[in-house]
Design a binder for this molecule. Structure first.
Ligand code: PLP
Length: 400
């Protein structure tokens, strides 16, 4: 056993960390340990200047010309192509825009429209972030299908000849459990159904491999691990083999083959941009584009490696510092089942999180009793993990 303290080990791990320099690309407040990037990513330092330029020059001076001259019109596809390598997609398969909620609706309905019409069930992750469940229910009702909620660990058993589509989360937002995207996608296809994946808690934190694993549709948000800013546009992935048949339930003028033809009949554009609906939210869209610069030259495998090292180290610090029995991890210990967050069950979790925040350690709390700590490898250090666990032990210690 090493005699070195956890703080010494944190310093050594930080010194050896190749991603540590990326932290300078973020404008983080002094003295704060920010472990809530799984809810709202930190501000990349390049965004304020870029946004000021978009507002004062592109909008203020160029005015309407910016739709073309500043590349506003094509931003959804261009930004989709910037997100693509982070989730293992080739160019032309992702379009940015709308919220994750809206994209869940587009993806589920479009998948049902591609499925064998005799199949009458939509499977949905019963532990899902609620919006996915609400939208899947509405999509099922509108398409005349039956919604079947099922835990991802039982998904394989629930699949069958009646399954049209399965909507699954890559990482559980509450527990941080990582689901087996390659394996489940293969099972879903084996059953003759289509797979729709929600990547909200995986994109930017771990490799996804959408093309490699043959995923049919995927959606995700950009304000968590992709640091796009509050309410930044989400994205929709459409596998190449489905693009010709992709029938969006929200065919707005932005996805018309000739949008400025202003014709009464809808003719769908080619490719993933068929997922566009109305005029994009340009300010948020271009803030996201600037935020994506922090990924230039970053390997997602390196991000994953650091993420696992951080969550391992944090769990070790918690185990060593926090009195036994005060917190219980609900995040799987096995790397293959862990995303980039640690969720700890804790009595009075709401109060404990308020105490942590007062001491500069920011995570969040999900009712009834879960503390969530997101580890964003581009700006969280091993020192942060050590300090967070130490402050946690002080806060729960004070509570007797
Ligand atoms: C964060 C999150 C969302 C958010 O949806 P919005 O439409 O952006 O509010 C949806 N699904 C999952 C799984 C999430 O984690």
């Amino acid at each position: 056993m090493s005699e070195r303290t956890l703080a010494d080990r944190a310093a050594a791990l930080d010194a050896a960390d190749e991603l540590a320099k990326r932290r300078e690309l973020f404008a983080l407040p002094e003295g704060v340990v920010y472990l809530d990037g799984n809810s709202l990513g930190a501000l990349p330092a390049s965004v304020p200047g870029r946004l000021a330029d978009v507002v004062s020059r592109e909008w203020g001076e160029l005015l309407i010309r910016s739709w073309e001259e500043s590349g506003w019109w094509t931003a959804p596809q261009r930004i989709g192509d910037r997100i693509a390598p982070l989730v293992g997609a080739a160019p032309g398969r992702i379009v940015a825009g709308d919220s994750t909620s809206v994209n869940v609706f587009k993806a589920v309905v479009a998948a049902v429209r591609l499925a064998d019409p005799a199949r009458d069930e939509i499977l949905v992750d019963e532990t899902t972030f609620p919006t996915d469940g609400y939208l899947a229910e509405s999509a099922a009702r509108m398409t005349g299908k039956r919604l079947v909620p099922v835990a991802p660990v039982r998904l394989a058993e629930a699949l069958g000849p009646r399954t049209a589509v399965a909507l699954v989360n890559h990482v559980d937002y509450r527990t941080g459990r990582l689901h087996d995207l390659p394996g489940l996608t293969a099972e879903i296809h084996q059953a003759g159904a289509l797979a729709v994946w929600d990547l909200c808690h995986s994109a930017g934190a771990l490799p996804v491999g959408l093309d490699a694993h043959g995923v049919d549709f995927a959606v995700g948000c950009t304000y968590k691990y992709l640091n796009g800013g509050p309410g930044s546009p989400a994205y929709l992935y459409v596998a190449e083999r489905h693009q010709a048949g992709f029938d969006s339930p929200l065919p707005g003028w932005n996805s018309h083959a000739d949008p400025f033809g202003m014709t009464p009949g809808y003719v769908a554009a080619e490719g993933a941009l068929r997922g566009r609906v109305g005029t994009p939210d340009i300010l948020s869209m271009l803030a996201l584009e600037a935020a994506l610069d922090v990924w230039d030259g970053v390997s997602v495998d390196a991000v994953r490696e650091k993420s696992l090292a951080l969550t391992d180290f944090f769990l070790e610090c918690v185990e060593q510092y926090v009195p036994a029995g005060r917190v219980t991890s609900v995040t799987p210990a096995a790397h293959a089942e862990r995303g980039s967050q640690v969720a700890l069950r804790c009595e009075d979790a709401g109060e404990v999180m308020r105490g942590l925040t007062a001491h500069g350690v920011i995570g969040d709390f999900r009712r009834p009793d879960v503390l969530r700590f997101g580890f964003t490898p581009l700006y969280v250090s091993f020192g942060d993990a050590e300090r967070a666990a130490r402050v946690l032990s002080e806060v729960v210690g004070q509570r007797g």
